[in-house]
Design a protein around this ligand. Sequence first.
Ligand code: ATP
Length: 364
Amino acid sequence: MAEVVLKDVMKNYGSLYAVNNVSFTVEHGEFVALVGPSGCGKTTTLNLVAGLIPMSGGDISIGNRIVNDLDPKDRDIAMVFQNYALYPNKSVFKNLAFPLQMRKLPKAEIEAKVMQAAKILDITHLLERRPRELSGGQQQRVALGRALVRDPAVFLMDEPLSNLDAKLRVAMRSEIKRFHHNLNATVIYVTHDQLEAVTMADKMAVMHGGVLQQYDSPANVFANPVNTFVASFVGSPAMSLIPLDVVGKGTDVALKSPEEGWELPLSAQNARKATASSQGTVVLGARHSTLKLHKSPVAGSVPGKVYTVEPTGDVTFAQVFVSGAVVNVSLEPTAPIAPDEEVFVEFDQQRLHLFDGQTTNALK
Ligand code: ATP
């Protein structure tokens, strides 16, 4: 297994920068998720690592070897795609064996490797079947198996679960995680699903508009998003974001609703952050689980109006309009709350986030 290093990697199509100056290091044995909305450049980044498209600039190394000019077959990688790309007329055994036959390995070695991969992925009983005789999840396992037999330095996976139904996706998520754990493999995994990234990866690379926004463990990205884009992308429901004005000075600072005129006094630490904003405006961020709803005002609360109430079983989510923004609050399933109710949303000063209203970057 090997380390993968991207340094100032660029890919442009004319004036469109699909990947713009992206740098990060995937350590030996690490599982890294490239995540972001459609068109953010994650597949292009993966394809650059694979060598499927030429770079416009920068360097990529795999296992201490610069691979910029190497063909995909010489990079010691194996790819797993969304559409599995299995050979329809070959049995599962032959699908797994084919890449090894191409490498002209001895027959006995091929058979041993195929049997070992089949055992790891629990597809030994399927080896004589053809792909069309398999379920989506089984086909996905064969696709993983075909990557596995090649024993590559790095596994590259592009949305490998997106063709599966929701339940199977969750099951295969655990299997791929287990696969990574058992093999201690270096994996780069593209997904648009932040939950998949958060649950599977050691680190996530959050991309937006071709630019790497944040590269860190899911826990750190969740706890300390670097800007409002990352804050709103990671977590479900998303972090609520409310644009507000900063008023007052010193330690006597509050956030004021430009629409409704109320003021939320800040703790000394938050006051210091808010007054560092570039134009006297901030975006206040809060995760649903840090907020409380009240029927009458309490210290540290601001007025809002309930828009919808969504029970999910274990927990109920209320969407509340606060100063023109939608705020998500999680409640006990039995909470007596109804649409159009006037409520008060209490913020936890220790756990709120402040972003610069102009740059959208987190205030420190
Ligand atoms: P998705 O989740 O929809 O697959 P993505 O994050 O993987 O999106 P990319 O496929 O990497 O996004 O595309 C990044 C940007 O580059 C997009 O704006 C896309 O339209 C553009 N792009 C990709 N390939 C080409 C190409 N061959 N020619 C021109 N533009 C391209």
